[in-house]
Ligand binder design. Structure first.
Ligand code: GAP
Length: 534
């Protein structure tokens, strides 16, 4: 798997994603999608919308407001309990998710160095002395608040993993040495043992509506798009006259005051969700849940995620929200390891019941067959647009060597590639070539997002397009337009990104050929037209 640094660097270099407010030093964990990034992410969202809303009879769309009535968030349970446990370091002021602190320690620079020292010969001879020496040398720089060391007698060494009881024991003992009444963990940033006792921190971002703060209405920036769909259940039911099973889909921004955002766009405080609330008859919920799990798992693979990099993870009973009957995560092998891409939950009738109770408006469905009112169950496939975009990017990233040079390619599926075609003039000093290429760009643009580029030699232009994942380049050359020696052949060269194979195609046939290759028929086209070069 590609390292995150390479993706971050390519994203900046090629205009996919920039650090937010960079000229002011940047705002932590906020990101701006650049010229190619916005095309790319829009494609991900458009395909999700097309496949889940427009191509289905049993789904309708919604675009609800981001700010909602504050009671919505009381009914949903977010005000009372949408929080993560956090702990703070009294010495350096950093905050951490208490449930993720072991990972943070394990991945910190100082702890990796510490661990290396523990595996070294000095520690094998006298571990306490080795730790004390380390704390006075390397540790002084890497973990300046590393406490005085008192290692207990029962510690097992060498340490093999963060779950090793010996490891936990060691950390407790080390921290104990400096501060006996604190948590037995050390700060991943400065090594201090002064971490506070974990307590819940609300993830809700408050906002105030109205010009005068004292009288303004306090509400929240929505932490999920889901509630907009639940509170509109009856409106949609009446307006769209849907019968169960049917779903409402919504795509839009959500906000969470995450304690530890990070890993590029993976966890941010402002992000976009792509959520479905699919309402079903109670009793059919388990079957529908499984159908959605299978469908959503297949969706990512349809647009290029390799099957070895994606998996399903069933939630353990103790992980489930109290109202959820079952939840399955689609996980992707991100550069930092397997992590959630989408959660698919059976939320039972909890949300509709809560909103009925809090609003006093019955959110029910009249079943013609039994002539009875009932509260539908809900299956919720909840995906992140930014996480999906990051997964498609990471999965497409490849490096290879071509004629002794490194070639970086983003092997995007043509449907998600930001630019579909690049038209390249072989000679920018030849007016006829340039004119033909520009006209061709304008023609192709009406159907596919096409760019014209004449700012470098053809080899460099190809590499540039490879690096941003453009599936096809079309080159206009002297033969296309003719010169004093030969008449124009009115043909152009079409080059495929992954194989670098080229075919010669008549200009008149180009739109039809492009239609075929975009639909995955490169091999057939190449057989029919014959290869020009590889
Ligand atoms: N309505 C259910 C719900 O919101 P969730 O698992 O909290 O469920 C769904 O969120 C998806 O939204 C996640 O799988 C992830 O893709 C995305 N997501 C959640 N928090 C995020 C964050 N802080 N940054 C980026 N994406 C996030």
């Amino acid at each position: 798997m590609v390292e995150m640094d390479k993706i971050v660097s390519l994203c900046k270099r090629r205009g996919f994603i920039f650090q937010s407010s960079e000229i002011y030093g940047g705002l932590g964990s906020a990101w701006d999608y650049g010229p190619l990034g916005v095309e790319f992410k829009n494609n991900v969202k458009r395909l999700w919308w097309r496949d889940n809303v427009q191509l289905r009879d049993d789904m309708v769309g919604l675009d609800a407001a981001i700010t909602m009535h504050p009671r919505v968030w009381e009914a949903s349970g977010h005000v009372a309990s949408f929080s993560d446990p956090f702990t703070g370091c009294a010495d350096c002021g950093r905050h951490y998710r208490a449930d993720q602190i072991m990972d943070a320690i394990w991945n910190s620079r100082w702890f990796r160095a510490f661990n290396k020292m523990l595996e070294g010969p000095a520690a094998k001879k006298d571990v306490q002395k080795a730790i004390e020496n380390w704390a006075q040398s390397d540790g002084k720089k890497l973990a300046p608040n590393f406490p005085q060391v008192h290692v207990g007698e029962n510690v097992r060494l060498p340490l093999e993993g963060s779950n090793d009881p010996g490891f936990l024991e060691l950390l407790r003992n080390i921290a104990h040495g400096s501060n006996s009444n604190r948590m037995g963990f050390l700060c991943p940033n400065c090594g201090s043992g002064n971490l506070s006792v974990p307590k819940p921190a609300s993830l809700m971002l408050e906002t105030f509506l109205g010009p005068v703060k004292e009288t303004a209405v306090k509400t929240y920036l929505r932490p999920e798009t889901a509630q907009g769909m639940f509170v509109n259940f009856d409106n949609v039911l009446q307006a769209a006259r849907k019968k169960l099973p049917f779903g409402i889909a919504q795509l839009g921004k959500s906000f969470r005051n995450e304690i530890t955002p990070g890993n590029f766009t993976f966890r941010t405080r402002e992000f976009e969700q792509m959520e479905i609330e699919f309402f079903v008859m109670p009793g059919t919920d388990e079957e529908w849940h499984q159908r959605w799990v299978d469908e959503r798992f297949a969706w990512y693979q349809k647009y290029g995620i390799r099957k070895e990099n994606i998996r399903l993870r069933e939630h353990e009973k103790d992980e489930l929200a109290f109202y959820a009957k079952r939840c399955v995560d689609v996980e992707y092998l991100f550069p930092m390891g397997w992590s959630e891409l989408e959660g698919i939950a059976n939320r039972t009738d909890y949300d509709l019941r809560q909103h009925s109770q809090y609003s006093g408006r019955a959110l029910e469905y009249f079943d013609e067959q039994s002539k009875q009112k009932l509260i539908p169950y809900v299956i919720e496939p909840a995906a992140g647009a930014d996480r999906s975009t990051l997964a498609f990017l990471a999965d497409a990233y490849h490096e290879e060597e071509v004629k002794g040079e490194k070639r970086v390619i983003l092997r995007f599926h043509p449907e998600i590639a930001p630019t579909k075609i690049a038209v390249l003039p072989l000679l920018k000093s030849n007016d006829r070539i340039v004119e033909t290429a520009k006209k061709l760009t304008a023609d192709l643009r009406r159907r596919w997002f096409t760019v014209y580029d004449d700012t470098a030699s053809i080899g460099r232009l190809y590499r540039r397009q490879d690096e941003v994942g453009t599936p096809f380049c079309v080159t206009v050359d002297v033969q296309t337009v003719g010169d004093d020696k030969a008449a124009a052949d009115h043909q152009v060269t079409v080059r495929e990104r992954d194989t670098m194979q080229q075919v010669r195609v008549a200009l008149a046939q180009l739109p039809a050929v492009m239609e075929r290759v975009m639909n995955g028929e490169w091999t057939e086209v190449q057989r029919q037209h014959g290869l020009t070069r590889e």
